[in-house]
Design a protein around this ligand. Structure first.
Ligand code: SF4
Ligand code: ZN
Ligand code: ZN
Length: 477
């Protein structure tokens, strides 16, 4: 199911066929619609529309164009409306220096008041921000002012969505620092939007939401026409291309993101044993690990409580209540033949369950698995007190080993292994033995502050003579 997190269904453009528009959206898989108010009068309309339409949720606020409408009586009315059922956010609010229909100071003051309202009601915010045509030398006045007002009124991480994003990579990074989600409308699909797509490519997908901004900004295929939520599928396909994901991945991740931010739609189901991403089938054998990496969700209380985003990887909830059996894993995996590879990789260290791993790999190979990869911390020899490479060889094609640091001392500090300082040298022995056994071996490092990834590359390439890959911090799967 898809969620259109920003469509102005209440507008008069839909007065003649609103029900048909919602029916077409559902037919296209767009099951939930979030309609943010714009001017003061529209607030009553969106709340009313949401109250009598199961698929529609509302956001209450004032668009910066209408910021002068925010009298104290209006604020009182918005406060009352925001408490109504199915109001899930304050929005859209923000700054618009493009049309500048209201003086900037008035926009900022209204924004402050509405951010404080969101804080008081513990609701996320839907932010609109548009640059003026002429900017000062700092490059982006509206985003700079928006971020300053946000920091003034709220404490990061801020629960909010910066909608219809049109900033550059630097602005996207600043938004991420504040904890904001981003969404792009049909502008992402425009023929001349290569620059915007380059920005979108680098955004971690666990921060992305889908929106049409209907009736505005129809995607390229419908450009010039009235936009409507059913056209969200154009965005899904475009995101799949940009982020090298499948449309199913895009739908799953963005729907989980909508749940995480707005609390609408289905909660991600915990306990995923087998989880597809792209053309790979991942298997989650255990949540136990012999490392406690500082950057890993396993090091957080939320993971063990199964709460928030900690256990979620590309829309899959990987907190499992107990280690699954061979039969449970095979049942969850289904037919492996349709995937390019089967990957033993979850939250936890799969090689702890070596016997199960070998049995599952053997049976999946027999069922047509084309390639089997093991993602491991490389502690196999220490865990099992013997060399395990020869046991892996018959059923595993590739091992990806998290080497992470260029030396034992830093490994101890960042990965905090239960085996202490000797762990790093044992990982190197494991890598050599897998290489000599004829497995494809890739050593990896997570790019994180303080780690000399070039030095890790030298250890992998020159000392261990294996391939090397840098993994992005916080981007799993
Ligand atoms: S080795 Fe992997 S699963 Fe274990 S703590 Fe580190 S990142 Fe997490
Ligand atoms: Zn907007
Ligand atoms: Zn809008």
């Amino acid at each position: 199911m898809l969620v259109d997190t920003h469509c102005h269904l209440h507008r008069q453009e839909f007065d003649l066929d609103r029900e048909a528009v919602i029916a077409r959206a559902k037919e296209a898989g767009v099951g939930l619609l979030l309609d943010p108010a714009t001017d003061l009068a529209s607030n009553r309309i969106v709340v009313d529309l949401a109250s009598r339409t199961p698929e529609v949720y509302a956001a209450v606020g004032l668009h910066p164009h209408d910021a002068q409408e925010l009298t104290s009586a209006a604020l009182e009315e918005l406060t009352a409306l925001a408490a109504r059922p199915k109001v899930v956010a304050i929005g859209e609010i923000g700054l618009d220096y493009y049309r500048e229909l209201t003086p900037r100071e008035v926009q900022k003051e209204a924004l402050r008041k509405l951010l404080r309202l969101a804080h008081a009601l513990n609701l996320p915010v839907i932010l609109h921000c548009r640059e003026g045509e002429t900017q000062t030398s700092s490059g982006s006045d509206a985003y700079r002012d928006l971020f300053a007002v946000l920091r003034e009124c709220l404490t990061p991480p801020i629960k909010g969505l910066l909608h219809c994003f049109a900033g550059d990579a630097q602005v996207a990074a600043q938004a991420a620092e504040l904890g904001l989600y981003l969404s792009f409308a049909g502008n992402l699909t425009f023929t001349k939007a290569d620059g915007l797509r380059a920005v979108a490519k680098e955004i971690p997908f666990d921060r992305v939401l889908l929106e049409t901004d209907a009736p505005f900004l129809a995607p390229q295929a419908y450009r010039g026409k009235r936009n409507e939520p059913a056209y969200l599928t154009e965005l899904v396909n475009r995101w799949a291309q940009i982020q090298d994901l499948t449309p199913e991945d895009v739908a799953r991740v963005t729907t989980v993101n909508a749940y995480t931010l707005f609390g609408i739609g289905p909660a991600p189901a915990p306990g995923q044993i087998a989880y597809p991403i792209r053309r790979s089938l991942y298997l989650n054998l255990t949540n136990a690990c012999t490392d406690r990496c500082v950057f890993c969700a396993l090091s957080t209380k939320d993971f063990w409580a199964g709460k928030g985003t900690a256990p979620i990887v590309k829309g899959h909830h990987l907190r499992i209540p107990r280690d699954p059996t061979v039969e449970e894993i095979l049942a969850a995996a289904g037919d492996p033949g349709g995937y390019e590879e089967v990957v033993f990789c979850g939250y936890g260290e799969p090689i702890i369950r070596l016997k199960v791993l070998l049995e599952v790999a053997r049976r999946l190979k027999a069922k047509g698995a084309k390639w089997v990869r093991l993602n491991t911390n490389g502690h196999g020899n220490l865990i099992h007190r013997r060399s395990v490479a020869q046991e892996l060889k018959p059923v595993v094609d590739q091992v990806s080993v998290s080497l992470n640091t260029p030396d034992a001392q830093q490994y101890l500090e960042i990965c905090r292994p239960v085996f202490g300082l000797k762990t790093y040298d044992s990982i190197k022995v494991f890598i050599r033995e897998c290489r000599d056994a004829g497995l494809k071996v890739v050593a990896t490092a997570v790019a994180m502050p303080g780690v000399d990834v070039e030095a890790v590359r030298r250890v992998a390439a020159e000392e261990l003579k294996v391939e090397y890959r840098i993994r992005t911090h916080n981007d799993l799967g």
